[in-house]
Design a protein around this ligand. Structure first.
Ligand code: GLU
Length: 335
């Protein structure tokens, strides 16, 4: 008797608790929807994990400018280039998911760097909310015009004749450009030395000033110097040639089958950003990147607008992670 009345009062308490919890959940959902509807109400920080002068900045700026114009609130690019982008990733991982901290990250920070710098202090899958892919950007091997090499085979011959003396600048430890140096070493048995910089911009400056022999980089940083004739592109690192420099062969065509990587840039927020907000920003990202006045100048810098859903972005990260892990194993890469 006592037991059954206790059980009854317990279930009454549970039911009341469930009602309160449901009410709270509904209130916080309504609050989140309200916040998302009135978003943005103040300036937004778009963090870039590399300094000005490289691919990330070249992609972040037009997107930020277009968001600013459409949203009526400043979207300010905040370059936090350091440690292969690790510091910026840690910073965003700790930010509030309220939409006022956005992040333009890359295949480096979200895939390859955590494979090399381990632990990196952030988890690409747990600490961020994917919003959408923005652009792909081909990468390539570049040298000063005065260097007496013109092909990848020339580079290999020069490296064989100068073991441990040829240096390759990159945008940072763990990025695709760093992997490229290690792939070159392991595929050909040469001993090129990787020299990390804070970003693609500083890596090209190092090449121009003669601090390094070569640079694995991408187009936005190298373009003015390719155009002015100070630098020459030796080979593209992607699977295909680029229409911007159709005469430049790929690494694969140059005798290194399987030598392939492309850099990419994508929009993220901190973990647990609301779906309503993600959908809004994703739709805006598509609008911006389908706008020819933005997509065409980006393409002139080598960045092809390829907006995606958040789910496609996560898939790309997982596929690329699996691919790099295979390359590390099959090429026996040592970092
Ligand atoms: N493409 C570079 C990377 O992903 C970015 C470098 C930069 O923006 O400076 O590693």
């Amino acid at each position: 008797m006592i037991e059954s009345s206790l059980a009854e009062s317990n279930s009454a308490v549970m039911a009341a608790l469930a009602t309160v919890l449901l009410g709270l959940a509904a209130t916080s959902l309504a609050l989140a929807q309200d916040a998302a509807r009135s978003y943005p109400m103040k300036p937004i920080r778009l963090i870039a994990p590399f300094p000005p002068g490289g691919g990330t900045d070249a992609v972040a700026r037009p997107i930020a400018a277009s968001f600013t114009k459409a949203w009526g609130q400043p979207v300010v690019v905040d370059n936090r280039g350091s440690g292969g982008g690790v510091i910026a990733h840690q910073m965003v991982a700790q930010a509030l998911p309220d939409g006022y901290t956005l992040f333009l990250s890359t295949g480096a920070g979200m895939v390859s760097t955590p494979l090399v710098i381990n632990p990196a202090g952030y988890d690409p899958y747990k600490d961020f909310t994917p919003v959408g892919l923005a652009t792909l950007l081909p990468a390539f091997l570049v040298a000063q015009v005065s260097l007496p090499v013109n092909t990848v085979q020339d580079v290999i011959a020069m490296a064989r004749a100068n073991p441990g003396k040829l240096t390759f600048s990159s945008s940072g430890t763990g990025g695709g450009h760093h992997f490229a140096v290690e792939m070159l070493n392991s595929m050909t048995g040469v001993k090129g030395i990787h020299v990390p910089y804070k970003g693609g911009g500083p890596a090209i400056v190092a090449l121009l000033s003669g601090e390094v022999t070569f640079c694995f980089g991408n187009y936005p940083a190298a373009r003015p110097h390719l155009n002015s004739g100070r630098l020459k592109a030796i080979a593209m690192a992607g699977a295909k040639r680029t229409p911007l420099m159709p005469q430049v062969p790929t690494m694969i065509e140059s005798g290194l089958p399987g030598f392939e990587y492309t850099t990419w840039y994508a929009l993220f927020g901190p973990a647990r950003m609301s779906r309503t907000m993600v959908d809004f920003i994703n739709a805006e990202l598509h609008r911006v990147l389908h706008d020819r006045s933005i997509a065409e100048p980006l393409l002139a810098q080598g960045a092809e607008a390829t907006p995606s859903t958040p789910e496609e972005l996560t898939r790309r990260m997982r596929d690329e992670q699996a691919r790099w892990m295979k390359v590390i194993k099959s090429q026996n890469l040592k970092f």
